[in-house]
Write a protein that binds this ligand. Structure first.
Ligand SMILES: NC(=O)c1ccc[n+]([C@@H]2O[C@H](COP(=O)([O-])OP(=O)(O)OC[C@H]3O[C@@H](n4cnc5c(N)ncnc54)[C@H](OP(=O)(O)O)[C@@H]3O)[C@@H](O)[C@H]2O)c1
Length: 315
């Protein structure tokens, strides 16, 4: 028996033909709906760029009693591709993730209080911008059908505010995603700086670690936590572009050039503030794209691992 298919992602769904059957064998699946199968088997990178794609799968087989040796069937499959929900898609990191996901043909929904941002580029029109606060979100509007939730929720403020946005907001989001059966959760957290403990006990870091624990406990084999240090790129603040890359990029290159020399200094308290490598916002976004499509990626990603993951993705 031989079988061929024009799309790798569908071949596994073609049932084996019993060797005892008399041929020609009538497959009861001349129209096979693959959308009922687990979506992670059909990653967007293989399957095209709309949320529902039609695939024609040619399958040929031969068996005893078949005179010309081969019989072919057409299988028409509706395949659902990735749908990601970016919490904070209008922000600095979130918008880079939305842009990269759109470029990869992924369906993208963003949830943030301000909704659609004023950013340049045609990709903006391809994102569904839902205005809403994560604490009062109508999850029915965003989560059904989602294959991954990515949270960029976080920020600074007083102790209570930092606990709330870095910790509680993400915990709410993880539990909502879990309740809706979303199979993967990706959290943008922060590098574990070697700061004095009184600084690490601030709401920013403790909130982040609580959020990380929630992701890793609710999603033990698919949750991903990215821990970048300083993220550079073009950040928009009140309509103005702040070119953080003018500082971040040379800083990253300089550290890369002397990495062996400075390694012993990393044991000095607080040295990470200077010695932890900055990472570009595009690399953070690409590392997220890599994690969306690769089910072998889960757990905590360090700065170096973020860069390695980003290098695997081409746009
Ligand atoms: N930037 C860095 O250098 C850096 C470094 C390490 C880690 N990080 C982490 O990376 C993440 C993203 O940082 P960022 O610089 O992109 O921050 P950002 O630009 O401030 O983006 C945060 C996003 O979250 C949304 N948001 C805030 N509160 C919300 C709420 N209650 N409900 C719904 N959406 C809400 C914001 O939109 P609205 O205000 O319109 O709701 C915005 O879209 C954060 O967790 C940050 O701690 C950043």
């Amino acid at each position: 028996m031989a079988s061929t298919a024009s799309c790798n992602c569908a071949v596994a769904a073609i049932p084996a033909i019993p060797s005892s059957s008399s041929l020609p064998y009538r497959l009861g699946i001349s129209k096979l709906r693959l959308s009922s199968l687990p979506s992670h088997k059909f990653p967007a990178r293989l399957c095209g760029n709309s949320s529902r794609n039609r695939f024609h799968v040619k399958s040929s087989y031969a068996g005893t009693n078949v005179r010309d040796g081969l019989e072919s069937i057409d299988v028409v499959a509706d395949i659902k591709t990735e749908k990601v929900v970016v919490l904070g898609g209008s922000g600095f990191v979130g918008s880079a993730i939305c842009k990269a996901a759109v470029a990869k043909g992924i369906d993208v929904v963003s949830l943030s209080r301000s909704g659609r941002p004023t950013l340049p580029g045609s990709w903006v029109d391809q994102v569904t911008w839902v205005p809403g606060d994560v604490f009062y979100a109508n999850w029915d509007e965003v989560l059904p059908g989602a294959t991954t939730v990515i949270s960029t929720l976080g920020g600074f403020g007083n102790e209570e505010q930092m606990q709330r946005i870095n910790g509680e907001a993400n915990i709410v989001a993880v539990n909502a995603a879990k309740d809706y059966g979303v199979p993967k959760f990706i959290l943008i957290s922060v590098h574990e700086y070697n700061l004095p403990s009184f600084l690490l006990s601030s709401g920013y870091f403790t909130g982040k670690r609580k959020a990380e624990s929630e992701v890793l406990s609710k999603y033990p084999s698919s949750g991903v936590v990215l821990r970048p240090g300083f993220i550079y790129g073009k950040r928009r603040v009140d309509g103005l572009e702040v070119p953080l890359d003018l500082v971040g990029e040379p800083w990253e290159k300089a550290l890369g050039a002397v990495s062996n020399l400075i390694r012993p200094l990393s044991s000095l308290p607080g040295s990470d503030l200077v010695l932890a490598s900055p990472v570009s916002v595009n690399d953070v976004a690409l590392a997220v794209i890599n994690a969306i499509g690769d089910d072998d990626v889960f757990g905590v990603l360090t700065i170096e691992q973020i860069k390695e993951a980003a290098a695997k993705v081409k746009i």
